[in-house]
Design a protein around this ligand. Sequence first.
Ligand code: APR
Ligand code: PHB
Length: 388
Amino acid sequence: MKRKVQVGIIGAGPAGLLLAHLLHRAGIEALVLESRTRDQIEGTIRAGVLEQWTVDLLISLGLGERLKREAHFHDGITLRFNRGSHHLDFPELTNGKRVTVYAQHEVLKDLIAALPADMIQFGVRDVSLHRLGSESPLIRTAEDEIECDFIAGCDGFHGPSRQAIPKNVLKTYETVYPFGWLGILTEAPPSHHELIYARHERGFSLLSTRSPTVQRLYVQCNPKDDLKDWSDDRIWSELHQRLETDEDWKLTEGKIFQKNIVSMRSFVCETMRWGRLFLAGDAAHIVPPTGAKGLNLAAADVVVLAKALTEWYRDHGTDLLDLYAPTCLARIWKGERFSWYMTTMLHKNESEEDFVQRIHMADLDYLVGSHAAQQALAENYVGLPMAV
Ligand code: APR
Ligand code: PHB
């Protein structure tokens, strides 16, 4: 079937769905095309930390009711190394800002439930992009031909949008880490009231939460590891050792009901626009999960894009569209820097020289002794101010 829409959005992740909301609110007609099913999207476990402005945005869009009821609001994080714990008090360090722990798939459920059903097509096959340099770019799917004014490529790292940009104009930057995270969900009460990021000789670990009865924990592993080699006993043994402390603290075990391994990379595609195609979120940039910037960076992109498209539909002004990539990249690179800093400081990297490992220990030592360094970390963790 042939049809027309003002903005065609490829991908129903945080970027695509939030953009759909922002455009809908501005009276711009958008259609989201998603290859997975709604159940798959709402059931995929990802990270779960929202920056303060992301929370404020969701609430201002009327999407914060369940979040306000069910999210966990934390006053900081704990860094653990050399068997000691160091609390960073975010409200004190950032003038009142906090951290919100609310799983990404819960955000997606809220975004999907609040969009008119005919704005999203799930299970769409064979998406391809055409005529990107023209004024009427086209999205083809197995069943439809959709003519648009603009296409938003919100289809993640592996989607077709970035691939549709000619290789000779693509400018990308990448570093791949020689470690990954094994994540578990366990039926247990929280072992601590806030997140604990731990550096240990055996590798990094992270204690996070999902609800009063479900906890999320991670251990650094080899990204090529097979889940079969990670028995429940081995996971708990590693977590106990890596989170060990001289304080009066105990890790509470529970039944593990979900395990997954994620590899880690930092990636930036500076070509965020090609003609009438605009890339947003993971389609243009990836961060390792340490510091949980992924969703927040995706949200920041689409706030900038929605504003630029709103300007275009108001008076055909192109200034903000032209500024889209540079505006986003200024924030993206800071998110990349912060995620890289947290990742390299907290992980055991066998391929690094001993000298560099010592520098990371000095980084941690400096951090816990310096209010200024803590402020810098906290300011980035709760989210840098939005430029728009
Ligand atoms: N056709 C249609 N949809 C596609 C296609 C395709 N060919 N390829 C991928 N998609 C969909 C995926 O199924 C996914 O639902 O695009 C969506 C992209 O969503 P995300 O990968 O979540 O990316 P994004 O919205 O940019 O959000 C970034 O989400 O994935 C996390 O860690 C990431 O926190 C970060 C944030
Ligand atoms: C999570 O809860 O999944 C989580 C929290 C903090 C991170 C990454 C992931 O830095």
